[in-house]
Design a protein around this ligand. Sequence first.
Ligand SMILES: NC(=O)c1ccc[n+]([C@@H]2O[C@H](COP(=O)([O-])OP(=O)(O)OC[C@H]3O[C@@H](n4cnc5c(N)ncnc54)[C@H](O)[C@@H]3O)[C@@H](O)[C@H]2O)c1
Ligand SMILES: [Zn+2]
Length: 365
Amino acid sequence: MMATTTPIIVDVPLGDRAYQAHVGPGLLDLLGDKLAPLGLRKRCVVITDSTVGPLYGKRALTSLDTAGYKATLLTVPAGEASKSLSQAESLCRQMIEHGCDRHAFVVALGGGVIGDLAGFVAGTFYRGVPYVQIPTTIVSQVDSSVGGKTGVNMPEGKNLIGVFHQPRLVLADTETLDSLPEREFREGFAEVIKHAAIRDADMVPMIEAVLKDRHANLPELMARNIAIKSKVVVEDEYETTGTRALLNFGHTIGHGIEAAAGYGQLLHGEAISLGLIAAARLSCVFSDLDDMGKATIVSLLEAFHLPTAIPESITDDIILDYLSRDKKFEEGHIRFVLLRELGDAFVSNAVTLDAIKASIIALRK
Ligand SMILES: NC(=O)c1ccc[n+]([C@@H]2O[C@H](COP(=O)([O-])OP(=O)(O)OC[C@H]3O[C@@H](n4cnc5c(N)ncnc54)[C@H](O)[C@@H]3O)[C@@H](O)[C@H]2O)c1
Ligand SMILES: [Zn+2]
């Protein structure tokens, strides 16, 4: 397979850590060529998972081999459990065994789990080696592959160990999205709809177009989301100015529901769908979002068959219990991302735990 169209290029202008994201069908086969301008040495590993490896590993290796790179494929089991310190240690040891040193580089081939894990390995191996992201899910193409947040989970919580380490290049091959199971494909659109809500209301018709024809504008849509993520990251690379917090829209309540359901019951994007609706409702109460704005968010989520009501098995009490364990709630108030209107988000201190409770109860209807 060869690329049929010119890729769309999105810049991530981070000074001496600047890089590009190339977006389009068939980019996987161009991996070796795309690396040439980066001036990397020849030794590398491709880190992937047990689902993505058999689908795309060979094409990545062939492209690297043709361009003169010496690549080894390292595969971890698919799933969130692989985002662990022990898996990172195992990968580092395999890299050493295969003769990698500080001149080697890493290619992350897979979804967000692989991007976070391989990015963490790259960020810490010999105190940091370069890496390239090849995201193969909607979530990883629109969100996790750009921005340099890498890390692994602890038994005590998600993403507790990590480093900021920007990739040298992101290759988002939109053709790889064809093999995503339908539920995973739809799940990713919760984050796309979130991006529209916080930064880009004009993206709504593009999102609707995917419903009619998946292939019509996926490269344009993925690129537009990467551009949003890039802008946010450039404004707040290390999450210090507050802009990056806007990406948490829908995530405070969404995470509570995800945890209350028991990890694995609801996919992350499905829980976030509920969190987005609750946050939109709170935006109507505590800010200026109008009913039309809220209805647009709800109907987009519905159109992607994402949940708009909490499953009965998850009681309000369990969700509130998870939420009130959140340290941010100690004073009864929380820093909560709201919308003034579609496309315009800000961090508010006005939202109370009682209002959050009401918004969760409203998700029963
Ligand atoms: N670093 C960040 O800024 C950031 C942002 C958002 C999410 N994340 C992290 O990303 C992870 C979630 O990412 P995800 O949703 O991509 O999950 P994932 O990587 O687990 O992928 C989901 C499933 O799809 C499979 N898969 C991946 N690509 C496929 C393809 N093209 N065809 C068929 N199957 C494929 C995977 O093997 C896996 O089973 C979480 O760990 C989350 O914490 C990180
Ligand atoms: Zn999310």
